[in-house]
Design a protein. Structure first.
Length: 261
């Protein structure tokens, strides 16, 4: 169980709740989005999640040792207009990667656009960002981070593509410490983005697992295949398709070649 009082004392979170069990932290945060009295950013977390969601129709599998939480933001109050939201999404993933690097300095950490975090060639964190239909301007960021997660009971297809900080290092980590360090780094990055002093393109490129690889991007039922050259500073994925650089702001991307040495 996370100590919410310590989180409030040591981060920019203004209100928080942590549940032993919850269907979905994102769903709970979306319910809170219409409450005029809620103080934001608000943290909603759960030790166990029975209906965690990934992108599209995907479900998020989790076991003991997985840090599962959502943060509800009022984006106008945060000072980030809607055109900045794609960068905010990528910046969230970047912050997770930077946090993992602080705990595992000798392990290769990577970013897969738009917001998956890898250790080596396996996924260790998923991020789901949703907007409240009933409270425009309020955004929920859901995060599932495999910290001390073990995959003995995971579905077979997941065991080959997922990992955790514990799996990679053999160490057991304090989840409270990881959460607080992430939130502190997140506040720093958000402030830099607001100030216009934040080179997302440079920061992302160091960790991008797609740069220099042939990828297939699926968006709105259409597919585009080409060479990924990284991201633009506005958060777009850059893919050279038939000699033309195409900017992708949404979609699902998968590499269709092997990773470069």
């Amino acid at each position: 169980m996370i100590n919410v009082e310590q989180v409030l004392a040591e981060s920019f979170i203004r209100q928080g709740q942590w549940h032993d069990s919850l269907g979905s932290t994102n769903n709970r945060a979306l319910e809170l989005a219409v409450d005029p009295l809620v103080q934001m950013p608000i943290l909603v977390g759960a030790t166990e999640q029975s209906a965690g969601r990934g992108r599209g129709s995907n479900r998020w599998w989790a076991a003991d040792g997985t840090l599962m939480f959502s943060v509800l933001f009022d984006m106008p109050s945060l000072g980030l207009p809607q055109f900045e939201w794609p960068r905010f999404s990528l910046g969230t993933a970047l912050t997770i990667a930077e946090t993992i690097e602080a705990f595992l300095p000798n392990v290769p950490v990577g970013l897969k656009w738009p917001n998956d975090v890898w250790i080596g060639n396996r996924k260790t964190c998923g991020i789901l960002i949703e907007q409240s239909d009933r409270a425009p301007g309020r955004l929920v960021v859901g995060i599932g981070l495999n910290i001390n997660t073990q995959f003995d009971a995971a579905p077979a297809e997941l065991r080959s593509i997922a990992t955790s900080l514990h799996t990679e290092s053999g160490q057991t980590f304090c989840m409270q410490q990881v959460l607080i360090q992430f939130l502190q780094r997140w506040e720093f990055n958000i402030a830099a983005q607001k100030a216009g002093d934040w080179d997302l393109e440079r920061l992302w490129s160091r960790l991008c697992v797609l740069s220099g690889r042939t990828v297939c991007v699926t968006a709105a039922g259409n597919e585009s295949t080409g060479l990924c050259t990284g991201i633009a500073n506005d958060g777009a994925l850059l893919v050279v398709d038939r000699g033309q650089t195409v900017r992708h702001y949404a979609g699902t991307v998968r590499p269709i070649d092997t990773a470069p040495d």
